[in-house]
Design a protein around this ligand. Sequence first.
Ligand SMILES: Cc1cc2nc3c(=O)[nH]c(=O)nc-3n(C[C@H](O)[C@H](O)[C@H](O)COP(=O)(O)OP(=O)(O)OC[C@H]3O[C@@H](n4cnc5c(N)ncnc54)[C@H](O)[C@@H]3O)c2cc1C
Length: 275
Amino acid sequence: MTPAPFTYYRPTSVADAISLLTEHGDEAKLIAGGHSLLPIMKLRFAAPEVLIDLGGIDDLDHIRVEGDEIAIGALARHVDLELSDLLRAEAPLLAHTAGVVGDCQIRHRGTFGGSVAHGDPSADLPASLMALRGTIVVEGPGGRRSIAVDDFYTGFLETALEPDELVVELRVPRVGDAPWGYQKFRRRGIDWAIVGVAYQSEPGAGGIGLVNMGPTTLRASASEAALRSGASHDEVAALAAEGTSPVGDGAGSSEYRRHLARVLLSRALAGRSTT
Ligand SMILES: Cc1cc2nc3c(=O)[nH]c(=O)nc-3n(C[C@H](O)[C@H](O)[C@H](O)COP(=O)(O)OP(=O)(O)OC[C@H]3O[C@@H](n4cnc5c(N)ncnc54)[C@H](O)[C@@H]3O)c2cc1C
């Protein structure tokens, strides 16, 4: 299938992108890497009349230290995160996670901002952003605001973004060599996760994010609380699926996904990571 016809704009600044969003309202859709949006446009699940291509904005792909955080531009591609020496040293969970997204082509086109903004609970990077207790910086006509990742996802493919706002930056704390683990269970190396678990240890950051265990990226709150209270890793892992609502589908039943979450968290806590 081919997408329905649309008018195409390629602004060269964030301000121009916001003006176009404001002008066209619900008829408009932002496009970054296009690797989530274009497939659904081809299936005609989405048919925006206006596409606003962020690819012409050239100052939104940075990865740099700002105080005790790392600031990552929304247009940084998965491969930029994967190969960043800075991220590998300061937030290795994120660099590793970017390296297990899809295949090489996906990682060269898909952007961090697009992955976070799309709101797909099957996506890998939002779970690691959650484990790191990151923030999402968005900009609209009223200026910039920061949204904690816990407040960003409001439902399946739904976020706290206003229609005239875009994601401009993602921020994570510098955690250095604090222990972490990322486990992604999939049938083939290039597949989406059936379930995934991201773990980043304390101090400072510290958290556990779950992939595909409900309608949004989820925090494993019961496991985090157990970890803080000094429970053993076995006890922490046993709580991984508490409060989740995974769907059952051709890849596995909801009970199978709960089982996977427990096993994968156990492995992630041991510092093991999907290659
Ligand atoms: C075959 C295939 C396999 C894949 N496998 C995986 C996988 O294993 N794991 C995984 O996590 N992902 C996977 N993906 C998704 C891929 O990582 C996408 O690139 C990513 O999720 C979306 O990023 P994008 O830049 O392509 O966004 P786009 O497709 O351009 O946009 C996605 C959505 O986000 C919005 N958007 C984009 N940028 C912004 C912004 N800056 N501010 C506000 N809204 C914005 C768009 O309007 C759109 O609604 C796969 C995709 C494909 C096609």
